[in-house]
Write a protein that binds this ligand. Structure first.
Ligand code: KG4
Ligand code: ZN
Length: 344
């Protein structure tokens, strides 16, 4: 089954063709991120205008790259939320029109379910398939969640952030350090070669017994550190050390929680890390160093599948249909069935 995925929840306009939920035949992403570099964040109205211009060319290019014609597409999967309203309207309107004109089903997909499916995506013809049960850390600019997953559509949210998301912590830290948007890659580049033990940051929610996250205290600590250092914080080496220490504090908080989740849940085969922050090199190395070796550690096979993309939406759409045996409707939310069980 070939699914055309469409994703426009933030500043990206993306379309992709994915076969059987895994094999990426094309994934086109147009981004207006660079336009917002100086602003420290996305301007929703501006992003939606750009998406309106690029939506149809992006879909056309995705079909061309996949060497697919209309008749080769079996259904369309589109992000219905959460996200910027104007941006979502561009993607969902395009998807509705195409599904009606091509007379094929339309699958509404929750953005988070897209990220959770991204570890199934591959460009290889033969790639090993992840096996459930899985613990997934989903960390992006909008959320930080830790999930227990028995299948694509059955899972439990074990913990999530009480304030900022992990990506937000990177973005806000980058603003404090005078770096551009998006802050994650910029802060991570500054941290390269820095001493992460130079400035110890507090351990958020340490010993509170939950699997929740909190990042706003780290951001405040960074603000006060920069204030206390005064002019010294402009020195290049000191800036590198600050960035490395701050990045380490975020990554350690995430890896501590995964360690705690593994202690609580039994028979976990794999730990997956998805979302924009999964692109972070230090997070990857820290998890590799600290997690038990009998659990397979997996992140999306390419960096573009970590950040927002339509291939993950096509993948989630495929697995939703195959497990639920229905295409879903926009009236009912086609998302994970979950109950929050923090503290059990
Ligand atoms: O998943 P994503 O593209 O969009 C959302 O759904 O939010 O994630 C974007 C977030 C941004 O906060 C960005 O700063 C962060 O992911 N990010 C990173 C890196 N690349 C992107 N954070 C840390 N290190 C990176 N290399
Ligand atoms: Zn996302």
């Amino acid at each position: 089954m070939r699914v055309l995925g469409i994703e426009t929840s933030c500043d990206e306009t993306s379309a992709a063709v994915v076969r059987d939920g895994r094999f990426v035949e094309s994934c086109v992403i147009a981004s207006s991120k660079s336009d917002f570099g100086a602003m420290g964040g996305v301007i929703p109205e501006e992003a939606a205008r750009k998406q309106l211009e690029s939506m149809l060319p992006v879909i056309k290019l995705a079909l061309e790259k996949a060497k697919a014609k209309e008749a080769d597409i079996d259904c369309i999967a589109v992000t219905y939320g959460p996200g910027l309203l104007g941006s979502l309207l561009v993607g969902t309107s395009a998807a509705r029109v195409l599904s009606s004109v091509w007379n094929i089903p339309l699958i509404p997909v929750h953005h988070t379910l897209g990220h959770l499916s991204s570890t199934w995506l591959t460009d290889e013809k033969e790639a090993d398939e992840p096996t459930f049960p899985v613990i997934t850390l989903s960390v992006s600019g909008g959320h930080s969640d830790v999930w227990y997953r028995e299948s694509h559509t059955k899972g439990r949210l074990l913990g999530s952030t009480r304030d900022d998301a992990a990506g937000e912590a990177f973005d806000k830290g980058a603003v404090l350090l005078g770096l551009g948007y998006p802050g994650g890659p910029a802060l991570s580049a500054l941290a390269d070669g820095g001493d992460e033990a130079a400035y110890p940051f507090p351990r958020p929610l340490h010993a509170d017994g939950s699997l929740d996250f909190s990042f706003s205290g780290l951001k405040t600590s960074l603000k006060y550190l920069l204030r206390d250092l005064g002019d010294a914080s402009k020195d290049e080496m000191i800036r590198r050390n600050i960035a490395a220490s701050y990045q380490y504090a975020i990554c350690r908080h995430l890896s501590d929680r995964i360690g705690d989740a593994l202690h609580r849940m039994e028979n976990i085969n794999e730990v997956h890390v998805v979302g924009g922050v999964a692109a972070n090199k230090r997070l990857r190395s820290l998890l590799t160093e600290t997690l038990p070796k009998n659990v397979a550690l997996r992140w999306p096979s390419k960096i573009v599948y970590c950040t927002d993309n339509a291939a993950m939406i096509a993948s989630a759409g495929f697995f939703l249909c195959s497990e639920k045996k229905t295409f879903g409707t926009f009236a009912t939310s086609a998302t994970l069935e979950h109950t929050k069980v923090v503290g059990d």
